[in-house]
Structure formats: C-alpha cells, structure tokens
Design a protein around this ligand. Sequence first.
Ligand SMILES: [Zn+2]
Ligand SMILES: [Zn+2]
Length: 120
Amino acid sequence: MAGASAPTPCVFCEIARNSTSTPLLHFDDKVVAFQDIRPSAFRHYLVIPVDHIPTVKDLQRREEDYSLVSHMLNVGQTLLRQDAPQSSQYRFGFHQPPLNSVDHLHLHCLVLPFIPRQRD
Ligand SMILES: [Zn+2]
Ligand SMILES: [Zn+2]
C-alpha cells in the first residue's frame, strides 16, 4: 500500500473559510450558508458547519452536535423566510450515506416549486 496521500481539498471547507468567490448568505463561528451552484428549486441554499464533518453519521449523540444541527436548521429557515416570505413550501434535508454529493455535511434548504432538470 502507498503511504499517506495528499489530503483532497474540500470545496466546502474553502467556502466556509470564505476563500472562494461564492457569496456567503450567512456566516458565524459555527456555520455558513450559500446558494447551491445547481439549484433544483425556486430557492436552494446549503448550510454547512465551518468544521469539516463528513456526514450525518459522523455526528454524535451529544449536546454540541444537537445544537449544531438545530442551529443549521434555524439559519436555513431564517434565510428562506427572509427570501420567500410568501411561501410555505419549505423543504430541509441531509443526505444519507452513501448518497453524498460532497463529503462535508450540508443541509439542503429549498423553497418549492422544484426546477425540472434539463437533460441533454
Ligand atoms: Zn470540508
Ligand atoms: Zn448535497
């Protein structure tokens, strides 16, 4: 077996450090929020922890992790309510492994209607 490989840069960690051109809709010492680059609904934001947590399976049953997740939900709800106050069709969800798109925990926050995917 080869030795330690170079760590793969994590795009969400870079966004959380605000070292990309992605505009942050919200940031604090625990989480940041930004628009999904491929929105699948009328509004589609992602809320991620600043710390690199790969998946929901890496969360632990402890106060700190419960409060992180509830904070992520609060931030997502606040953003959607600000941006689409007339809508009540909000959806929130985490990926369940192995269906991760990016291996950095992120909460999808959507306002319906969904945008149909273009196929080519
Ligand atoms: Zn990361
Ligand atoms: Zn995702």
